[in-house]
Design a protein around this ligand. Structure first.
Ligand SMILES: *[C@@H]1O[C@H](CO)[C@@H](O)[C@H](O)[C@H]1NC(C)=O
Length: 397
């Protein structure tokens, strides 16, 4: 009997030392049954590890080792007892290649109502190709698809050194969050891929994007209503549709639209992008504002619209407000400083503002945008402000 007890003790000791790599504070998803074969759905095991981390009162690291882990769809939800949960990802998370009958049609990897979550490393393969093909056929009924990574109603989030490839819809969505840092993010999708915005920020405050390489089929960064205190620095964009504020005032957003304020974008390189810095609003009566925006130090390489404000935004001429209607969104305190490079179209600076709410004040300093096939031009409509220093094209303010 004694012998048996001793050997049981030894066995327990062995088990506990074996599982050191997956002790209480360090959970390896493979110990929950996740398979690195790229074929077995690991959503369940990931969720089990999450449940453990979420209910712990100590800091926990969830480790995803090397290999391909298939996730059909998952929501990591809070609120949690834990405000220090780290995902350490060495491997690749892959989506199903299909876009039909996904468990959650509008979510792939989602976090909701969490606090103090960080993601460190990892590659996310959205496998959007089949859905893009569906969308490329006119009048074909296709689902919207799901963003690769989505954070909603969350606080103190840090995303670092991740790579997102070929998302079905947006690569990253930050919605209703307070305090989010994205750092050293790589985003890759073909120029022709539809709705694959790189990073979308909306109804959020205190978001920082620091160093990102974004090549995609839609906006590199899109900034939706209700965004404040956003800092963007060190982004390379292109191909892509640029860094866009809006669109605001689309039909269905209601008569009062949450405004966008205090946005700084510093040290950006746009290469072969459709737009550089863009602010877009629909010509609807919806009221709102964009104010306190600084675009500082950018290089434009062959960008179609390096600087553009479009208050008559209506893509594809679909459901446009009647001609002559003007936007109820007031754009004020926007400055462009140190913007250099080449424009792929003659009108390098295009400020097309609302007749009922002129853009004012707009400031420009040290802007030099040239056009290969002639002199570059600036166009202003309902835009007021001042320009200082070197101005190519000559200022229209
Ligand atoms: C603007 O946002 C930045 C963070 O991006 C913050 O440090 C600064 O205090 C904000 N300024 C104002 C006036 O709120």
């Amino acid at each position: 009997m004694e012998k048996l007890l001793i050997s049981t003790c030894l066995l327990l000791q062995l088990i506990s030392s074996y599982s050191l790599s997956s002790n209480e504070n360090n959970l390896n998803v493979q110990n929950y049954g996740a398979k690195p074969d790229g074929m077995t759905d690991s959503s369940g095991p990931f969720l089990q590890a999450w449940g453990k981390a979420c209910s712990s009162s100590k800091p926990v690291t969830i480790h995803v080792p090397a290999g391909n882990f298939l996730i059909t769809g998952i929501t990591f939800s809070g609120p949690c007892k834990n405000t220090d949960i780290k995902f350490l990802i060495d491997g690749t998370i892959v989506a199903p290649s299909t876009y039909l009958n996904l468990p959650k049609p509008n979510q792939w990897i989602a976090f909701d109502s969490v606090e103090g979550v960080s993601i460190n490393g990892g590659t996310f393969k959205g496998r959007g190709e089949a859905l893009w093909n569906c969308k490329s056929v006119k009048h074909h009924h296709c689902p919207d698809g799901a963003p690769t990574l989505m954070f909603t109603n969350s606080k103190n989030i840090a995303i670092k050194s991740i790579t997102s490839i070929n998302s079905k819809l947006f690569h990253t969505v930050i919605l209703g969050c307070d305090g989010v840092t994205l750092q050293d993010v790589n985003i890759i999708a073909p120029e022709s891929s539809p709705n694959t915005d790189g990073i979308h920020v909306e109804s959020s405050t205190g978001v920082t994007i620091f160093r990102a390489n974004i090549k995609t089929g839609d906006d590199c960064i899109s900034i939706g209503p209700g965004t404040s205190h956003l800092w963007i620095e060190g982004v390379n964009c292109g191909p892509g549709h640029g860094i866009s504020i809006g669109s605001l005032g689309k039909k269905g957003q209601g008569l009062d639209v949450d405004g966008v304020r205090n946005v700084t974008v510093k040290t950006t390189v746009f290469a072969g992008a459709k737009n550089g810095f863009r602010i877009k609003t629909w010509g609807t009566k919806s009221r709102g504002y964009v104010k306190g925006v600084a675009f500082i130090n950018a290089i434009m390489k062959n960008v179609e619209n390096p600087i553009i404000i479009d208050q008559h935004y209506c893509p594809d001429d679909n459901g446009c407000p009647s001609k002559g209607s003007s936007s109820g969104i007031k754009i004020s305190d926007v400055k462009y400083v140190g913007i250099h490079g080449t424009s792929a179209s003659q009108v390098a600076v295009n400020l097309d503002c609302s007749s009922s709410n002129p853009c004012s004040p707009i400031g420009m300093r040290d802007v030099k945008l040239t056009y290969t096939n002639g002199r570059s031009q600036a166009y202003c409509k309902n835009a007021r402000g001042i320009s200082l220093g070197l101005m190519v094209p000559p200022s229209c303010l």
